[in-house]
Design a protein around this ligand. Structure first.
Ligand code: NAP
Length: 231
């Protein structure tokens, strides 16, 4: 299988790429940097906050079994929206929503067969639950959820059997959580709750989440687009 993954330098994306390579897949990482040396790994350099870069990507014609993972994401500035600049808002929406939407569009156009394409958009529980100081992040993931549901229905209308998920992975022990814990309560009211997740051992290692995702992809697809790994 050809597996495209955005954001493979660290965190969940790196763990997913590692697990898919172990299983003998061809992995194509897309992002700003990586540390892979495996012969089955290829890298496409792209800053996903820059939509001109994203628009230039060309996947040609894809005909074998393909999984496309929109993993790269940013939490952005953890501040109330009244304290943010317009470019803070724009960066989050570009990286978390517009880039994945454009990449989904490109991959749906590039993949011709009616079977064999899976799209995994990494969403978040924050797309279903408002968290003060994360307004852009929450909105970016909520938009990704409804976008994923809509394109699933569109592909069905076209007679194509595309497996699509907007998957909430649960809380993962990555740099994103380090950044969240570094904020003071004065600008982020849930700060203590997120520190507690770390001290009580509730953050899951990215390798375990990657393995759970691979297991999910082996199972029959129910058409449940909005999916939480926590259930
Ligand atoms: N961690 C959690 O608890 C949690 C919970 C729910 C959902 N998620 C979601 O899971 C996904 C992975 O998050 P993570 O926790 O693994 O985060 P992470 O450790 O911060 O890694 C994020 C990845 O995205 C890449 N990325 C960020 N901005 C980019 C850009 N402009 N262009 C290209 N690549 C970019 C980063 O690459 P660089 O090294 O170039 O920055 C990195 O590889 C995200 O979509 C996140 O929203 C995470």
């Amino acid at each position: 299988m050809q597996v495209f993954i955005t954001g493979v330098s660290k965190g969940l994306g790196k763990a997913l790429a590692t697990e898919f390579l172990k299983l003998g897949n061809e992995v194509i990482g897309i992002g700003r940097s990586h540390s892979f040396t495996d012969k089955n790994f290829r890298f496409i350099s792209c800053d996903l906050e820059n939509l001109e870069h994203v628009n230039k990507l060309d996947f040609g014609k894809l005909s074998s079994s393909v999984l496309f993972v929109n993993n790269a994401g940013i939490i952005g500035e953890i501040e109330r929206i009244s304290e943010q600049t317009s470019s803070d808002i724009q960066s989050v929406l570009n990286a978390n929503t517009l880039a994945p939407m454009l990449l989904c569009q490109k991959i749906l156009k590039a993949f011709a067969p009616t079977e064999g394409l899976s799209i995994l958009n990494i969403s978040s529980g924050a797309g279903k639950r408002a968290i003060p100081s994360w307004a852009s992040y929450c909105a970016s993931k909520a938009a990704l959820d409804i976008f994923s549901e809509t394109i699933y229905l569109e592909e069905k209308e076209r007679g194509r059997n595309v497996r699509i998920y907007a998957l909430s992975p649960g809380v993962i022990d990555t740099e994103m959580q380090n950044k969240i814990r570094s904020k003071k309560t004065s600008s982020f009211s849930s700060s203590e709750a997120f520190k507690e997740l770390k001290t009580s051992g509730e953050l899951v290692q990215p390798e375990l989440i990657a393995q759970k995702i691979i297991q999910l992809l082996k199972e029959a697809y129910s058409g449940e687009v909005i999916y939480s790994l926590k259930k």
